[in-house]
Design a binder for this molecule. Structure first.
Ligand SMILES: NC(=O)c1ccc[n+]([C@@H]2O[C@H](COP(=O)([O-])OP(=O)(O)OC[C@H]3O[C@@H](n4cnc5c(N)ncnc54)[C@H](O)[C@@H]3O)[C@@H](O)[C@H]2O)c1
Length: 259
């Protein structure tokens, strides 16, 4: 029996990358998943591959509060509850801050930050009303720990998402709803298609203490840990899943080495 038997998870941005891998693995480990995204073709294909008895797809733009509520309603209607949420949706709008348009700023903030707020609120309020425990994971990034030049609002959003998880976590402890974030390193997904360039991939692997870029499974394993009862005493916490890169700045200082 899998550890998520009888449990239900919603994944935003679930048609691709980290969200898609988490959806697949959640079902492999016994649960049912509502995959939500704005990329309907990819979402429907994923749900077809997973199998309609354990997975459902819903077009859900996280910037729309009614759509977020519809995601909760579908999970409850089709699978009987919602226990877990992964906020994975993202849309990049890169550029130097000095030149960034308000529209591009708002795109990132609305999808990455406000969308995480709206979806967490919808799931959490259902859990509270139904007096059920739950666990929510938000996707932060090493780009939210260090300013990621030319990424537009990305670093600001990812820093704020970590705080949003911390904040929900302390407010919902009394309801036994845990909220955490993952600070992901370089992970090979459609978002980071530049990692298909062998030179870029080799360079990023070399500056990572564990010697490789990450794969979606590395993050999905961490998400599922934070969902699970094994993380029963973990809330309002940011978990680095980055191959050690966040702590490695002193590795890259030119000059004398301690030999
Ligand atoms: N890949 C990495 O290296 C990396 C590193 C750190 C953090 N992250 C974070 O992990 C999360 C997932 O990233 P990924 O690499 O899997 O990205 P991805 O591009 O593979 O998937 C993102 C998904 O979000 C969907 N999306 C876009 N706008 C949406 C909207 N308005 N509503 C709902 N869904 C929408 C896209 O259609 C896509 O399917 C993101 O929050 C990202 O910031 C990724």
């Amino acid at each position: 029996m899998g550890r998520f038997e009888g449990k239900v998870c919603i994944v935003t941005g679930g048609a691709s990358g980290i969200g898609a891998k988490t959806a697949e693995m959640f079902v492999e480990q016994g649960g049912c998943v509502v995959v939500t995204d704005v990329n309907d073709a990819a979402g429907e294909k994923l749900v077809g591959d997973i199998g309609a008895s354990k997975a459902a797809y819903l077009h859900l733009d996280v910037t729309d509060p009614d759509a977020c509520q519809a995601g909760v309603d579908l999970a409850v209607e089709k699978f009987g509850s919602v226990d877990y949420l992964l906020n994975s949706a993202v849309k990049m709008a890169p550029g130097m801050l000095k030149d960034l348009s308000l529209a591009d700023w708002n795109t990132m903030v609305n999808i990455g930050l406000t969308g995480s707020f709206l979806m967490t609120q919808a799931v959490g309020n259902w859990l509270i009303e139904n007096e059920r425990p739950g666990s929510v994971v938000m996707m932060s990034s090493i780009g939210g720990r260090q300013p990621y030049g030319m990424s537009g609002a990305y670093s600001t959003v990812k820093a704020a998402v970590k705080m949003l998880a911390d904040h929900f976590g302390i407010e919902w402890g009394g309801y036994n709803i845990r909220v955490n974030s993952i600070v992901a390193g370089h992970i090979e997904t459609p978002l980071t298609a530049y990692l298909k360039d062998p030179e870029i991939k080799r360079g990023r692997s070399e500056v990572t203490p564990l010697g490789r870029v990450g794969q979606p499974v590395d993050i999905a394993n961490a998400v599922l840990f934070l969902f699970s009862d094994e993380a029963d005493y973990v809330t309002a916490t940011a978990l680095n899943v980055d191959g050690g890169i966040t702590r490695s700045v002193m590795n890259h200082m030119p000059g004398r080495k301690w030999s």
